[in-house]
Ligand binder design. Sequence first.
Ligand SMILES: N[C@@H](CCC(=O)N[C@@H](CS)C(=O)NCC(=O)O)C(=O)O
Length: 230
Amino acid sequence: MSALKLYIGNKNYSSWSMRPWVLMTQAGIPFEEVMVRFDSFGPDSHFKATVGAINPAGTVPVLVDGDLAVWDTMAIAEYLAERFPERALWPRDAAARARARSISAEMHAGFTALRSHCTMNIEADLREVGQRLVAEQAGVRSDLQRIGSMWSECLAAHGGPMLFGEFSIADAFYAPVATRIRTYGLPVPEAAQAYIDRLLALPGVRAWIDQALSEHDFVAFDEPYRTSRG
Ligand SMILES: N[C@@H](CCC(=O)N[C@@H](CS)C(=O)NCC(=O)O)C(=O)O
């Protein structure tokens, strides 16, 4: 078996990169990380030259396995689930697996208000901004409501500690949502808040957060609410 390589962006900002990195780290799948720092994303940028050479879509994350490059977080998660069946990255029960796929796909395709107004920024404290967004943005409120009720239902159905009992791809997909809720101090039900605390304390998630905190880049286009790092 060849060594897996995962191309990612800045840990403070790249929510899509966080998902497979956390998934592999938490599941104990060894890989080599290749960090491509965010820049202008312009056609002549270092980011596009590096990432575009392996992924024609020009985005991170990209998983490289020998001659094969897999891009897009959902495709990467599915590839890993097939390549490492013993790790049970999806729940083993067929109905739970279908449900885990549904909510992961819902995350992958949706929650556009939350994603556009509350861009991931692990190091920042944007609770005041969050309060304003919750008051002014109906889309953020309805995304939060859906996430809170989805998590509460999954936790009640499977008994926790993670959404489907044991850690799965679904938890990796929602890890960046959990960091956003914390950064922006967004209101969620008690059971959802307790899940966030458990999720952010997992060693694989904690490791990503610690490394995000030790980065020093300030990427202006990912910083609609600040002019420098705090
Ligand atoms: N649907 C893609 C989205 C990936 C994505 O947009 N990644 C961002 C970084 S978080 C990126 O590479 N942006 C570069 C660009 O937009 O040019 C996935 O699930 O992986």
